[in-house]
Ligand binder design. Sequence first.
Ligand code: NA7
Length: 867
Amino acid sequence: MNKPASVPEQVDAVVVGAGFSGLYMLYRLRQLGLSVKVLDSAGDVGGTWYWNRYPGARCDVPTTDYAYTFDPELDQEWTWSEKYATQPEILDYLRFVADRYGLRSDIEFSATVTSARWDEQEKRWRVTTGRGTEIRCRYYVMATGCLSMPKSPDIEGASRFAGQVYFTSRWPGEGADFTGQRVAVIGTGSSGIQAIPLIARQASQLTVFQRTANFSIPAHNGPAPAGTLKQLGEDRDGYRHAARWSRGGIPVEPTDVLGVTASEAVRRERFEAAWELGELFGILNVFADQAVNPASNDIVAEMFREKIRSIVTDPETAEALCPKGHYFGTKRPCLDTGYFETYNLPHVRLVDLRKQPIISITQDGIETADESFGFDAIVYATGFDAMTGAMVAADVTGRDGLSLKEKWAAGPSTYLGLMTAGFPNFFMLTGPGSPSVLSNMTVSIEQHVDWVAGCLKDLREEGFETIEPTALAESGWNQHVQDCAAITLYPTANSWYMGANVPGKPRVFLPYIGGVGAYRQACDDVVGQGYFGFRMTGPGGDRCRDGVIRRMQPDVAMVLDLVAAMGMPATESLSAADARALMAATAATRPPGPEVGEVTDGVIPGPAGDLPYRLYRPAGPSEGPRPVVVYFHGGGWVLGNLDSDDPLCRDLCERSGAVVVSVNYRHAPEDRFPAAALDALAAVQWVDANAVELGGIPGQLAVAGWSAGANIAAVACQLARDAGGPRISGQLLICPVVDSDMTRPSYAENGDGYILTTALMRWFWDHYADPADRGDPRAVPLRGDLPGLPPACVVTADFDPLRDEGVAYARALETAGVPVRLTRARGHTHTSVTMVGMVISGAPVRAEIEEALGDFFPSPQPQEFVS
Ligand code: NA7
């Protein structure tokens, strides 16, 4: 007789995982009055702290910070016994929390989710477990953790070994006794580095197989830090609030000391202090620029290596333990207790797999390229399929049969790391694209859980049944996540942040590196703007405000914040003299720009007197002549001089290999229209006539300029064409002024708040040209005749009031038959592309400019072979 089909259980929400995030999610969903089922394949609560029971397993964030804060009573009730609590203590804490709030009654243990499918008809998820049961739910939440799916030991012969095998990530509950054994540990990440000193205490022989040497600092564990306890005692709420809005989820004041400019004494003092403190967020904050500037990072890395050499007595082992080949911080640094000292013990040996790779695991041990080792036990500390592994493995299928695995084949795609398009009502806690592993996890977990709970409450109150992100919002967020990573050194490493530890996994930077506070603000903004970028549906209709929540490059946004914090007066409220003084003072604090071969100053005879110029000759093996670029600085025809665009000229010179001649022209209001334009023409003519003396190749002459400088460069091209010469090979126009019409949409969108404002543009025009002259092509080249002009590269910036006129000029040139390259500086302002050394995200735009300049000039003819 057939068994009657069991009726699927129905709940409002299924949560997968009973670790930190799953427990708190359950608590919050219950508060909303929702029915919840939590499923976990483990035998108890704890998540990562249930499984990772290897000797030495501890938190690498001080546990006073690594705890729930949602309930002030709970926060006060629990006292950590150490600065970095052990795994058993953290597991006890989570058990205590589960009991305190009676959470276990809604948790099913030893229940593995085998699939979850969206039922479009029912508008519900069908979740199946390994026991064959099905649960239907409106909301499906994966609280599966970022480091929960162990990476398979991708080593030949792993199944052959006849001795004992351990995985740090799946340590037996009863523990392991290595007394008198010959033990191998493979892997020197956080888990290996924590376990090795303790395994060494028991084993008769310990051999560590290291593929990549890691940066590790002594944890200096002990009682909970007195400073933190004091702050918590005095103002617990204030401390927790500061953590929530900090960069990493711990209230650490980011330093403004730059590694590259600090004195040797300051460098050492800061490094030693961080080493003594023994905290990851301390050692990651030695210098403000260590995550972005290779030179600064090298300073920290070298001080690390000095430490290792001073601890480890055998020089060859010390050298093998010195991390090389990746920047400090780009792979997660470790905290240890006696790790490097362990290698001074006579029965401990390091095998450097870079020198002798593992050929295979054998029945008796491990065979490398050079040696055969016999072992009684092998411990794999080989890490995880981080951030996406557990989610993809759970076989999630959204609308139209699309699986998460298929959707993420080229890398994860999420909106805010919380949801993904095509998977309605499916939430991820600390998913890829959120700060997660780069932050204090508990702060990020609480923020995500609170966001999801708030969202479900809002859906209910507004009568919506489903929510999911739009494709546009999601791709915009993915772009922002990658933009934030791209300005750092992180993507250069073969790290699990990049998915590089798992063979075949796409290489994508997985977490959001923009900071916990900035991220929280983005999530809040999304809600504040009516769930911007989400589509909500319900019986009463749909709602969707589509768009991209963060379009600006992260370092550009930082510069704008800095400028706002300086509280400078609006330029247009000043006299020309005061505005010039202010600009000069600001310019004095910038990074100097790259070194070039030679810089010389001179003068050009202009139509009304000498015009100063500065010539930049590139460094390089060839002393021979180069193409020449005549450059005109920006500043609205009023401000600027040879110093103002000096870093940009150096950058152009160094990148393009051309001689750059930066010319100072007459300024308004002293010399109004058309003085600047006439000076520009005169300068181009003179440089052309004197190309050989200037080290240039005759006939290879381009003009370039930024802003008003681009205006007079464009005008000079028109005037030179009309005057029958000189022949100009190309015009590079960076954010040019080409028209005086301020009604284009880019003025409305960007006319306020991005340094160059509508009011400032008016001030510039008023200083430069009478209204009657503002239609003259020598002031507004867009209104001139365009056929026959030199090839152009026009750069426009998204947040520039002049954006649309730049685009209009490029289109008009194209229509007139002029070859044009339109380069969009995505996420930039009028000024940011030129901020060499300050705005790192401008570098790819300047690389495109370099390419354009290269196209202006014919490539050198190949030398004829002379026998
Ligand atoms: P990690 O940090 O990924 O470390 C894994 C280690 O295992 C690392 O040294 C790897 O070398 C090494 N490994 C991985 N596969 C192999 C193979 N096939 N052969 C040799 N060596 C290998 O994982 P952990 O568990 O230590 O730490 C994870 C996080 O948990 C940690 O950062 C904390 O946030 C908590 P590689 O560097 O890939 O060359």
